[in-house]
Design a protein around this ligand. Structure first.
Ligand SMILES: [Zn+2]
Length: 260
């Protein structure tokens, strides 16, 4: 259990930083009932080979298998609501303590919580695209139709199977979003990593990129990561507990300064 003084240190890191980059991963959304779909051996991966199903090759050769695998995840995503970690990060942005939010998550829970300008480096389920003609379809309509009649979603313009706007195995990250994330890593004073094991490149590089230029590093992770040794501070607690607690400490400090 992290001590109160550890939380006070984390608060001070946030308050001392003029430019903070937050990097969130699957651990932030598991508290909302969305399984970590990139971790083989758990949940969604029990009966399938991820590289066969959720890869760009799998999608191109057997889109029906891909969509059968995706269905339970899509159902969970449509029902999910933000948890206290999402709400806490939105509050942090509101307080002016968070300048860039980069997420590996494809859900829209940060946006639902009120966060703005979220950089989805692994894409987002908020849309689908036709790989044949480039046609883009808005997400909500796409998912509801797919879940209602469970036929393969096809492009209204050319009839090809639509692909959700998320990065599959074997695909590169969207260059514009990756550039935004790298730019933030090259100019920030503090990187906060939350609920991310940071095993997926090249996102895993961002904290180190910042660290090399002297930025501070705060980890909010229940489990240990390869970055623990490099971090200024590690708070090992469920993010649905640690984030609201940290935000409250920051808010209190700001209020005290205004009234004191
Ligand atoms: Zn098309």
């Amino acid at each position: 259990m992290p001590t109160p003084s550890l939380y006070a240190e984390a608060r001070d890191l946030l308050l001392a930083s003029a430019k903070t980059l937050l990097l969130t991963g699957a651990g932030v959304s598991t508290g909302s009932g969305i399984p970590d779909f990139r971790s083989p051996g758990k949940g969604l991966w029990e009966f399938v080979d991820p590289f066969a199903v959720a890869s760009i090759w799998g999608f191109r050769t057997q889109p029906d298998l891909f969509y059968r695998w995706l269905r339970p995840l899509a159902e969970k995503m449509l029902q999910a609501r933000p948890n206290p970690a999402h709400l806490g990060f939105a509050a942090l942005q509101e307080l002016g303590l968070l300048q860039t939010l980069v997420t590996q998550n494809i859900d829209d829970l940060h946006e639902q919580a009120g966060s703005r300008d979220v950089v989805h480096v692994h894409g987002s389920a908020q849309g689908a695209r036709c790989l044949a003609c480039g046609n883009w379809v808005e997400g909500k309509h796409f998912w509801h139709t797919f879940l209602a009649d469970s036929t393969l979603p096809t492009c209204a313009q050319c009839g090809s199977v639509l692909k959700p706007d998320v990065v599959l195995f074997g695909e590169e990250l969207p260059a514009d979003r990756l550039a935004q994330a790298q730019e933030a890593a090259l100019t920030c004073d503090l990187v906060v990593v939350a609920g991310a094991s940071l095993e997926v490149m090249p996102t895993a590089d961002l904290p180190l990129l910042a660290r090399r230029r002297g930025a501070r590093l705060l980890l909010l992770n229940l489990g240990s990561t390869m970055l623990d040794q490099q971090a200024d501070l590690v708070i090992r607690e469920d993010v649905t507990l640690s984030v609201p607690r940290l935000v409250e400490l920051c808010r209190q400090n700001i209020l005290d300064k205004m009234t004191g």
